[in-house]
Design a protein around this ligand. Structure first.
Ligand code: IPE
Ligand code: IPE
Ligand code: MG
Length: 238
């Protein structure tokens, strides 16, 4: 591919449950296959030269699911983070997190912070795992951090604040550029609370394919589609 590769791609990895159901399997089996797809796509994205990849793995609303399913997903997250260190090291992949880490089980919190710490100097692709992530929750937490800091400053009047930049600066990963492209698998036409702020001008690509069936070719098709888009950002072409 010669055209520009999007710097930041976000993926709503959806359809694990349906994939399992179509095969007469339990939903958790779909999550297991979904994890394999996630590994394929991380490798493919890194090979394609994508700089930031945000994977939506568990939303703030996914706690509504059966305890068994939630527990299984948490176990997979742990397994993934442990098993992938060698891969990250070889490919210089830096692992980061988006979402409310305090709301996760302590063992998962530790696994996440350990991965962030042990990969922090890697200068290849950054993989941002959105786990216990909700766009509204992220903006709410950003606002709270901001207010806390303003309260600590003297002489500043609250009515000047916050500006858009103030809010952006208190999001989970303020240095990461907005996603150029947001992909959703499994054919639902909604954001489901993914990157509400950052995705304001992202190109959206929706695929009917269920997440466990995704491979490098699907990512390439999405990127080719993205490369044909006309991004105007509210302006008019001269
Ligand atoms: C996406 O697959 C994974 C998570 C949300 C954790 P789903 O589990 O939502 O799969 P469907 O939508 O039921 O098929
Ligand atoms: C979005 O998928 C969340 C993730 C992929 C982690 P959901 O399956 O939770 O979204 P809805 O319920 O279809 O909107
Ligand atoms: Mg779903």
């Amino acid at each position: 591919m010669e055209k520009a590769i999007p710097a930041h791609v976000g993926i709503i990895m959806d359809g694990n449950g349906r994939w399992a159901k179509h095969r007469g399997l339990v939903r958790t089996q779909g999550h297991l296959e979904g994890l394999k797809a996630a590994k394929r796509i991380v490798k493919a994205a890194s090979d394609l030269g994508i700089k930031f990849l945000t994977l939506y793995a568990f939303s703030t609303e996914n706690w509504k699911r059966a305890e068994e399913e939630v527990g299984f997903i948490m176990g997979l997250v742990k397994q993934y983070l442990r098993a992938e260190f060698d891969f990250s090291k070889r490919n210089k992949i830096r692992v980061r997190h988006a979402g409310n880490i305090d709301g996760l089980p302590v063992d998962i919190q530790k696994e996440i912070t350990d991965s962030i710490e042990s990969t922090k100097d890697f200068n290849g692709m950054q993989v941002i795992l959105a786990i216990n992530y909700g766009g509204r929750d992220e903006i709410t937490r950003a606002f709270k951090r901001f207010v806390n800091e303003i309260n600590a400053r003297t002489g500043d009047s609250i009515d000047k604040y916050p500006t858009e930049n103030d809010i952006r600066n208190y999001l989970d990963n303020p240095d990461v550029p907005d996603p150029d492209l947001i992909i959703r698998s499994a054919g639902e036409y909604r954001t489901s609370n993914f990157l509400l702020w950052e995705g304001a001008y992202s190109e959206i690509y929706i695929s009917q394919k269920l997440w466990p069936d995704w491979d490098k070719e699907d990512l390439e098709t999405a990127i080719t589609d993205y490369q044909g888009r006309d991004r105007r950002f509210g302006g008019v072409k001269t």
